[in-house]
Design a protein around this ligand. Structure first.
Ligand code: PEP
Ligand code: MG
Length: 568
């Protein structure tokens, strides 16, 4: 079966199925409301201290940011509205404490689930998590303590709460798969931070996996094999060993320069979505952040992030990387990244529609809030600002006008900021790639977004599985466009980077080096491999190969040429 890849890596092992904690709640007779209220209080105190332990565990093992969710859980236990409602149920309906908690929990869960908002659905599972603990404590049920599992297992669950995920010891929990959830759910984010392979959103078919089943899965591809054949097991064992060896071998590149055999120095930076990824950025020795996709700050919630919230996220990243550069990209909502509270109209072709800078130039207040947060943060590190989905000169001119207004407003308020923040655009629409010689005069840098540039060049929706065979990074048309953008940037003496997925593609790195690219930004886990490749190659030799690939007629020819002539 298949699911959504949430955290990379191969997992092979025995399954522990986490069933939902649905204790059978019997109706109790002869209730003494006073006794039940005392039992409730006691259970709340116990639950509070248990969550406090989880919070401390999270700070020590995952990070301060991820521990905040447990503070929210503790606040729920102290929420007077919820507690009064439970006590009222105990008194008015003569319910036992556990039944009263259960009724109130169901009420809130139904209410939140019916709101049809991802954010409120997450709050529903938070309430279930916290109140499930209170009920278990009332009933003396020991919850499966994930932190006490002392053999290697793969967890299979309907969903995992943050309190479950945070307790996972990566040497014991060697992977997990869940029925629901997406790439940006708390548990997926924590899995990546803890380095636990994970697949989420498998759907109903996950129910065919039983306790103690042996399974194999690949967190990068989302493939799961239940009770696999020996051939599959051997194949994935071998992949796992080679991935582990490769990772260990690459550690020697930490702290090294990225420099070609003939002395051309290259900067390798990381792509991130939230500040919680900073530890992976440092572990992989990135020399900056080349793409901070800020839309993740707007996702998984029900309202716009305030200027202050944004400011502190940007400041955290800038300070953490200082003096290395951090390229923060303004909001890129639309396309596949939909956020409910934006109330965007349904469109026939969202990728060709109201998206990214197009929204920001219409919704000026939204844009100005983000720009104010960015300029305020500019004092805390080496900030560069980048704009997504630019398709024309007029947009660049308008962006710069709005920036001047924002700067004036900040000056009036006597807020200090860096007046010379570099401004760049993403080159991800063929039109701007083609006129990049002209646009180079208007901006300080280009960053080529090959994920979109490829989809618009070959007219293949990057999310459409049915035509994914046509979405090939080796297409010579894409390579020609990239080459001309790098050349146009060089002629205009502005910096050019690539920040799409191709930047970390080992087969294409030599080609980009040959094209004269000096700045690559990629997923943090690809950085050390890229450094190894570049350190083994000569830029001069790669130039001829870069020239050759743009003269082929098909992706297939490009691929076989690279395979034949480039060795590292
Ligand atoms: C790209 O399009 O290549 C890119 C880096 O942006 P995103 O993947 O966020 O659209
Ligand atoms: Mg893009």
């Amino acid at each position: 079966m298949n699911g959504i890849s949430a955290s990379p890596g191969i997992a092979l092992g025995k399954v522990v199925v986490l069933s939902n904690n649905t204790a059978v709640l019997l109706k109790k007779e002869n209730i003494d409301p006073q006794v039940e209220k005392e039992r409730l209080q006691e259970s709340i105190e116990t639950s509070y201290s248990q969550i406090e332990e989880l919070r401390k565990h999270a700070i020590a093992n995952v990070g301060k940011k991820e521990s905040v969710i447990f503070e929210a859980h503790q606040m729920m236990l102290k929420d007077p509205k919820i507690m009064t409602a439970i006590e009222k149920k105990i008194c008015d309906k003569e319910l036992s404490a556990e039944n009263a908690v259960n009724e109130i929990t169901s009420k809130y869960v139904n209410l939140f689930n019916n709101m049809n908002s991802e954010y409120m659905k997450e709050r529903a599972s938070d309430i279930k998590d916290v109140m499930g603990r209170v009920i278990n404590n009332l009933m003396g049920i020991n919850m499966l303590d994930i932190s006490k599992i002392n053999e290697e297992v793969i967890i299979v669950a309907h969903d995992l709460t943050p309190s479950e995920t945070v307790q996972m010891d990566p040497s014991k929990i060697i992977g997990f798969i869940t029925e629901i959830g997406g790439k940006t759910s708390h548990s997926a984010i924590m899995a990546r931070t803890l380095g636990i392979p994970a697949i989420v959103g498998v759907g109903n078919k996950i129910k065919s996996i039983k306790e103690n089943d042996f399974i194999v899965f690949d967190g990068s591809s989302g493939e799961i094999f239940v009770r696999p054949t020996d051939t599959i097991i051997e194949k994935y064992k071998a992949i796992k060993v080679s991935q582990k060896n490769e990772k260990a071998k690459l550690k020697k590149y930490i702290g090294k320069k990225t420099i070609s055999k003939d002395g051309f120095e290259v900067t390798l930076e990381a792509n991130i979505g939230t500040p919680s990824e900073l530890n992976i950025v440092h572990e992989n020795d990135a020399k900056g952040v080349g793409l901070f996709r800020t839309e993740f700050l707007y996702m998984g919630r029900s309202n716009f992030p305030s200027e202050d919230e944004q400011f502190s996220a940007y400041k955290e990243v800038l300070e953490s990387l200082n003096p290395y550069p951090v390229v923060i990209r303004t909001l890129d909502i639309g396309g596949d990244k939909q956020v409910e509270y934006f109330n965007l109209p349904k469109e026939m072709n969202p990728f060709l529609g109201y998206r990214a800078i197009r929204i920001c130039l219409e919704e000026e207040n939204l844009f100005k809030t983000q720009l104010r947060a960015l300029y305020r943060a500019s004092m805390f590190g080496n900030l560069k600002i980048m704009f997504p989905m630019v398709s024309s000169l007029e947009e660049i001119i308008r962006i710069k006008e709005i920036i001047e207004v924002v700067k004036l407003e900040l000056e009036e308020k006597q807020i200090v900021f860096n007046h010379d923040v570099e401004l760049g655009i993403m080159i991800e629409i063929p039109a701007v790639a083609i006129i990049s010689d002209k646009l180079a005069k208007e901006v300080d840098f280009f960053s080529i977004g090959t994920n979109d540039l490829l989809q618009y060049t070959v007219a293949v929706d990057r999310m459409n599985q049915n035509i994914s065979h046509l979405y090939n990074q080796h297409h010579p048309a894409l390579l020609r466009l990239i080459k001309s953008v790098i050349e146009n940037g060089k002629n205009a003496k502005i910096k050019v980077a690539i920040c799409g997925e191709t930047a970390g593609n080992p087969k294409l790195i030599p080609i980009f080096l040959g094209m004269g690219l000096r700045e690559f930004s990629m997923s943090p886990s690809s950085i050390l491999k890229a450094r190894e490749i570049i350190n083994k190659l000569s830029q001069k030799e790669m130039q001829a190969h870069a020239e050759a690939v743009t003269n082929f007629s098909s992706a297939k020819e490009v691929e076989s040429y690279i395979k034949k002539v480039i060795r590292f």
